[in-house]
Design a protein around this ligand. Structure first.
Ligand code: ADP
Ligand code: ADP
Length: 231
Protein backbone atom coordinates (compact mmCIF):
# COMPACT_ATOMS: atom_id res chain seq x y z
CA UNK A 1 0.00 0.00 0.00
CA UNK A 2 1.74 3.13 -1.23
CA UNK A 3 0.21 6.41 -0.15
CA UNK A 4 1.22 9.83 -1.44
CA UNK A 5 4.93 9.12 -1.63
CA UNK A 6 7.36 11.88 -2.44
CA UNK A 7 11.09 11.53 -3.08
CA UNK A 8 13.50 14.42 -3.53
CA UNK A 9 17.18 13.97 -4.39
CA UNK A 10 19.60 16.62 -3.12
CA UNK A 11 19.21 18.91 -0.13
CA UNK A 12 19.64 22.49 -1.30
CA UNK A 13 16.57 23.76 -3.09
CA UNK A 14 18.51 24.91 -6.16
CA UNK A 15 20.03 21.45 -6.75
CA UNK A 16 17.18 19.34 -5.54
CA UNK A 17 15.19 17.15 -7.87
CA UNK A 18 11.73 15.79 -7.22
CA UNK A 19 11.90 12.22 -8.53
CA UNK A 20 8.52 11.06 -7.13
CA UNK A 21 5.49 13.16 -6.39
CA UNK A 22 2.09 12.15 -4.97
CA UNK A 23 2.57 8.48 -5.87
CA UNK A 24 -0.24 6.26 -4.54
CA UNK A 25 -1.19 2.71 -5.50
CA UNK A 26 -1.97 -0.72 -4.05
CA UNK A 27 -0.68 -4.13 -4.98
CA UNK A 28 -3.03 -6.84 -3.74
CA UNK A 29 -1.83 -10.20 -2.36
CA UNK A 30 -0.89 -12.47 -5.25
CA UNK A 31 -1.06 -9.71 -7.84
CA UNK A 32 1.52 -9.32 -10.65
CA UNK A 33 1.96 -5.59 -11.29
CA UNK A 34 4.24 -3.87 -13.77
CA UNK A 35 5.63 -0.35 -13.55
CA UNK A 36 6.35 1.16 -16.97
CA UNK A 37 7.54 4.51 -18.18
CA UNK A 38 10.31 6.18 -20.17
CA UNK A 39 13.90 6.40 -19.01
CA UNK A 40 14.24 8.85 -16.12
CA UNK A 41 10.53 8.59 -15.21
CA UNK A 42 11.25 7.42 -11.66
CA UNK A 43 10.73 3.63 -11.98
CA UNK A 44 13.91 2.58 -10.20
CA UNK A 45 13.47 5.29 -7.57
CA UNK A 46 9.97 3.96 -6.88
CA UNK A 47 11.20 0.38 -6.64
CA UNK A 48 14.00 1.48 -4.30
CA UNK A 49 11.66 3.22 -1.86
CA UNK A 50 9.24 0.28 -1.92
CA UNK A 51 12.11 -2.16 -1.40
CA UNK A 52 13.33 -0.10 1.60
CA UNK A 53 16.73 0.40 -0.05
CA UNK A 54 16.01 4.13 -0.17
CA UNK A 55 13.87 6.42 2.00
CA UNK A 56 10.91 8.43 0.76
CA UNK A 57 10.77 12.05 1.94
CA UNK A 58 7.10 11.78 2.83
CA UNK A 59 4.13 9.51 2.39
CA UNK A 60 3.44 6.05 3.70
CA UNK A 61 4.38 2.57 2.46
CA UNK A 62 2.91 -0.56 4.01
CA UNK A 63 3.97 -4.08 3.03
CA UNK A 64 2.38 -7.19 4.53
CA UNK A 65 0.59 -4.95 7.03
CA UNK A 66 3.77 -3.29 8.26
CA UNK A 67 4.51 0.41 7.92
CA UNK A 68 8.04 0.47 6.51
CA UNK A 69 8.27 4.26 6.51
CA UNK A 70 8.37 4.18 10.33
CA UNK A 71 11.00 1.43 10.64
CA UNK A 72 14.55 1.94 11.88
CA UNK A 73 17.53 0.73 9.82
CA UNK A 74 18.03 -2.48 11.82
CA UNK A 75 14.34 -3.32 11.58
CA UNK A 76 14.45 -2.70 7.84
CA UNK A 77 17.25 -5.19 7.29
CA UNK A 78 15.24 -7.81 9.13
CA UNK A 79 12.09 -6.89 7.22
CA UNK A 80 13.86 -7.16 3.85
CA UNK A 81 15.18 -10.61 4.61
CA UNK A 82 11.76 -11.93 5.65
CA UNK A 83 9.15 -10.17 3.51
CA UNK A 84 10.99 -9.15 0.32
CA UNK A 85 12.47 -11.14 -2.56
CA UNK A 86 14.68 -9.52 -5.18
CA UNK A 87 15.37 -10.43 -8.80
CA UNK A 88 18.11 -8.35 -10.38
CA UNK A 89 19.07 -7.79 -14.00
CA UNK A 90 22.35 -9.71 -13.74
CA UNK A 91 20.88 -12.19 -11.19
CA UNK A 92 23.62 -11.31 -8.68
CA UNK A 93 24.46 -14.93 -7.98
CA UNK A 94 27.62 -15.07 -5.87
CA UNK A 95 30.24 -16.88 -7.96
CA UNK A 96 32.15 -18.36 -5.03
CA UNK A 97 29.02 -20.01 -3.61
CA UNK A 98 27.25 -23.07 -4.98
CA UNK A 99 23.71 -22.78 -6.30
CA UNK A 100 22.54 -24.36 -3.03
CA UNK A 101 24.41 -21.79 -0.97
CA UNK A 102 23.15 -18.93 -3.15
CA UNK A 103 19.55 -20.04 -2.72
CA UNK A 104 19.92 -20.57 1.01
CA UNK A 105 21.48 -17.13 1.57
CA UNK A 106 18.26 -15.27 2.49
CA UNK A 107 17.57 -17.94 5.12
CA UNK A 108 21.11 -18.04 6.54
CA UNK A 109 21.03 -14.24 6.76
CA UNK A 110 17.89 -14.57 8.86
CA UNK A 111 19.75 -16.97 11.13
CA UNK A 112 17.59 -19.97 10.23
CA UNK A 113 19.22 -23.22 11.38
CA UNK A 114 20.87 -25.18 8.55
CA UNK A 115 18.82 -28.33 9.28
CA UNK A 116 15.69 -26.25 8.63
CA UNK A 117 17.19 -24.60 5.56
CA UNK A 118 17.86 -27.83 3.68
CA UNK A 119 14.26 -28.99 3.16
CA UNK A 120 13.22 -25.48 2.12
CA UNK A 121 15.99 -25.20 -0.48
CA UNK A 122 15.32 -28.69 -1.78
CA UNK A 123 11.61 -27.95 -2.07
CA UNK A 124 12.03 -24.71 -4.04
CA UNK A 125 14.75 -26.30 -6.21
CA UNK A 126 12.45 -29.21 -6.97
CA UNK A 127 9.66 -26.85 -8.00
CA UNK A 128 11.92 -24.89 -10.31
CA UNK A 129 13.57 -27.99 -11.76
CA UNK A 130 17.12 -27.21 -10.61
CA UNK A 131 17.69 -29.92 -8.00
CA UNK A 132 20.42 -31.54 -10.06
CA UNK A 133 22.56 -28.39 -10.16
CA UNK A 134 22.50 -27.49 -6.46
CA UNK A 135 26.14 -28.46 -5.96
CA UNK A 136 27.39 -26.57 -9.00
CA UNK A 137 28.92 -23.12 -9.10
CA UNK A 138 27.17 -20.40 -11.14
CA UNK A 139 29.98 -20.27 -13.71
CA UNK A 140 29.25 -23.89 -14.68
CA UNK A 141 25.50 -23.60 -15.30
CA UNK A 142 23.46 -22.24 -18.22
CA UNK A 143 21.80 -18.83 -18.41
CA UNK A 144 18.37 -20.36 -17.96
CA UNK A 145 19.53 -22.29 -14.90
CA UNK A 146 20.98 -19.08 -13.44
CA UNK A 147 17.61 -17.40 -13.84
CA UNK A 148 15.86 -20.22 -12.07
CA UNK A 149 18.47 -20.22 -9.31
CA UNK A 150 17.91 -16.47 -8.85
CA UNK A 151 14.14 -17.03 -8.83
CA UNK A 152 14.56 -19.79 -6.23
CA UNK A 153 16.62 -17.45 -4.04
CA UNK A 154 13.93 -14.76 -4.33
CA UNK A 155 11.28 -17.24 -3.24
CA UNK A 156 12.92 -19.55 -0.69
CA UNK A 157 12.01 -17.46 2.39
CA UNK A 158 8.40 -17.10 1.21
CA UNK A 159 8.41 -13.32 0.91
CA UNK A 160 5.20 -11.29 0.69
CA UNK A 161 6.39 -9.67 -2.52
CA UNK A 162 9.09 -10.12 -5.14
CA UNK A 163 10.61 -6.91 -6.50
CA UNK A 164 12.26 -7.03 -9.90
CA UNK A 165 14.04 -4.20 -11.73
CA UNK A 166 14.38 -4.82 -15.49
CA UNK A 167 15.21 -8.49 -14.92
CA UNK A 168 15.09 -9.24 -18.65
CA UNK A 169 17.23 -6.22 -19.58
CA UNK A 170 20.33 -8.21 -20.45
CA UNK A 171 18.63 -11.27 -21.97
CA UNK A 172 17.86 -12.34 -25.52
CA UNK A 173 14.17 -12.86 -26.26
CA UNK A 174 14.24 -16.61 -25.64
CA UNK A 175 15.77 -16.25 -22.18
CA UNK A 176 13.60 -13.21 -21.44
CA UNK A 177 10.52 -15.29 -22.17
CA UNK A 178 11.76 -18.12 -20.02
CA UNK A 179 12.46 -15.81 -17.07
CA UNK A 180 9.01 -14.23 -17.39
CA UNK A 181 7.46 -17.69 -17.47
CA UNK A 182 9.33 -18.52 -14.27
CA UNK A 183 8.05 -15.33 -12.66
CA UNK A 184 4.53 -16.08 -13.82
CA UNK A 185 4.89 -19.54 -12.29
CA UNK A 186 6.06 -18.08 -8.95
CA UNK A 187 3.12 -15.70 -9.00
CA UNK A 188 0.44 -18.24 -9.93
CA UNK A 189 1.59 -21.28 -7.99
CA UNK A 190 3.23 -19.70 -4.96
CA UNK A 191 0.81 -16.84 -4.51
CA UNK A 192 3.57 -14.28 -4.18
CA UNK A 193 2.92 -10.70 -5.28
CA UNK A 194 5.27 -9.29 -7.88
CA UNK A 195 6.22 -5.69 -8.62
CA UNK A 196 8.15 -5.56 -11.88
CA UNK A 197 9.81 -2.44 -13.25
CA UNK A 198 10.32 -2.67 -16.99
CA UNK A 199 10.28 -0.83 -20.27
CA UNK A 200 10.12 -4.08 -22.19
CA UNK A 201 6.68 -4.83 -23.75
CA UNK A 202 7.32 -8.59 -23.65
CA UNK A 203 7.83 -8.49 -19.85
CA UNK A 204 4.87 -6.18 -19.47
CA UNK A 205 2.64 -8.67 -21.28
CA UNK A 206 2.99 -11.06 -18.31
CA UNK A 207 1.65 -8.48 -15.83
CA UNK A 208 -1.99 -8.45 -14.71
CA UNK A 209 -1.91 -4.72 -14.31
CA UNK A 210 0.45 -1.97 -15.44
CA UNK A 211 1.00 1.37 -13.74
CA UNK A 212 2.50 4.03 -15.98
CA UNK A 213 4.85 6.62 -14.55
CA UNK A 214 6.22 9.80 -16.08
CA UNK A 215 8.11 12.67 -14.45
CA UNK A 216 7.71 10.99 -11.07
CA UNK A 217 3.92 10.74 -11.25
CA UNK A 218 1.61 7.81 -11.96
CA UNK A 219 -0.75 8.86 -14.72
CA UNK A 220 -2.39 5.75 -16.13
CA UNK A 221 -3.29 2.18 -15.26
CA UNK A 222 -4.13 -0.74 -17.55
CA UNK A 223 -5.57 -4.16 -16.73
CA UNK A 224 -4.54 -7.04 -18.96
CA UNK A 225 -7.99 -8.54 -19.41
CA UNK A 226 -9.66 -5.32 -20.52
CA UNK A 227 -6.81 -3.67 -22.33
CA UNK A 228 -4.80 -6.56 -23.76
CA UNK A 229 -4.35 -4.94 -27.12
CA UNK A 230 -2.86 -1.83 -25.53
CA UNK A 231 0.05 -3.89 -24.18
P1 ADP B 1 13.95 5.33 -14.39
O1 ADP B 1 14.23 4.12 -13.55
O2 ADP B 1 12.50 5.48 -14.71
O3 ADP B 1 14.80 5.41 -15.60
P2 ADP B 1 15.09 6.72 -12.13
O4 ADP B 1 14.19 6.37 -11.01
O5 ADP B 1 16.38 6.03 -12.22
O6 ADP B 1 14.29 6.61 -13.51
O7 ADP B 1 15.37 8.29 -12.09
C1 ADP B 1 14.33 9.25 -11.99
C2 ADP B 1 14.93 10.64 -11.97
O8 ADP B 1 15.62 10.85 -10.74
C3 ADP B 1 15.94 10.86 -13.10
O9 ADP B 1 15.77 12.17 -13.59
C4 ADP B 1 17.27 10.71 -12.40
O10 ADP B 1 18.24 11.50 -13.04
C5 ADP B 1 16.97 11.20 -11.00
N1 ADP B 1 17.81 10.54 -10.01
C6 ADP B 1 17.87 9.21 -9.77
N2 ADP B 1 18.74 8.95 -8.76
C7 ADP B 1 19.25 10.15 -8.40
C8 ADP B 1 20.21 10.56 -7.41
N3 ADP B 1 20.80 9.68 -6.60
N4 ADP B 1 20.47 11.88 -7.31
C9 ADP B 1 19.86 12.78 -8.09
N5 ADP B 1 18.95 12.46 -9.04
C10 ADP B 1 18.65 11.17 -9.18
P1 ADP C 1 22.00 -36.44 3.32
O1 ADP C 1 20.98 -35.84 4.26
O2 ADP C 1 21.59 -37.73 2.71
O3 ADP C 1 23.38 -36.46 3.90
P2 ADP C 1 23.16 -34.49 1.59
O4 ADP C 1 23.79 -33.77 2.72
O5 ADP C 1 24.04 -35.25 0.68
O6 ADP C 1 22.02 -35.45 2.10
O7 ADP C 1 22.32 -33.44 0.78
C1 ADP C 1 21.25 -33.78 -0.07
C2 ADP C 1 21.17 -32.76 -1.13
O8 ADP C 1 21.05 -31.46 -0.54
C3 ADP C 1 22.42 -32.75 -1.98
O9 ADP C 1 22.23 -33.42 -3.20
C4 ADP C 1 22.69 -31.32 -2.22
O10 ADP C 1 22.17 -30.96 -3.49
C5 ADP C 1 21.91 -30.54 -1.21
N1 ADP C 1 22.79 -29.87 -0.26
C6 ADP C 1 22.74 -29.96 1.09
N2 ADP C 1 23.67 -29.20 1.67
C7 ADP C 1 24.36 -28.62 0.67
C8 ADP C 1 25.49 -27.74 0.62
N3 ADP C 1 26.07 -27.22 1.70
N4 ADP C 1 25.95 -27.38 -0.61
C9 ADP C 1 25.36 -27.87 -1.68
N5 ADP C 1 24.31 -28.68 -1.70
C10 ADP C 1 23.80 -29.08 -0.53
Amino acid sequence: HVDNVEKIFGKKSENSFKALSGVSFDIYPGEFVGIMGPSGAGKTTLLNVVSTLDRALSGKIEIAGKNITMMKQNELADFRSTELGFIFQDFNLLENLTVYENISLPLSLQGVASRRIKPLVNQVAEKLGIKSILDKYPVTISGGQKQRAAAARALVHEPAIILADEPTGALDSKNARSLMETMEHLNKHHDVSIMLVTHDPLSASYCERILFIQDGTLYKELHRTEDQAAF
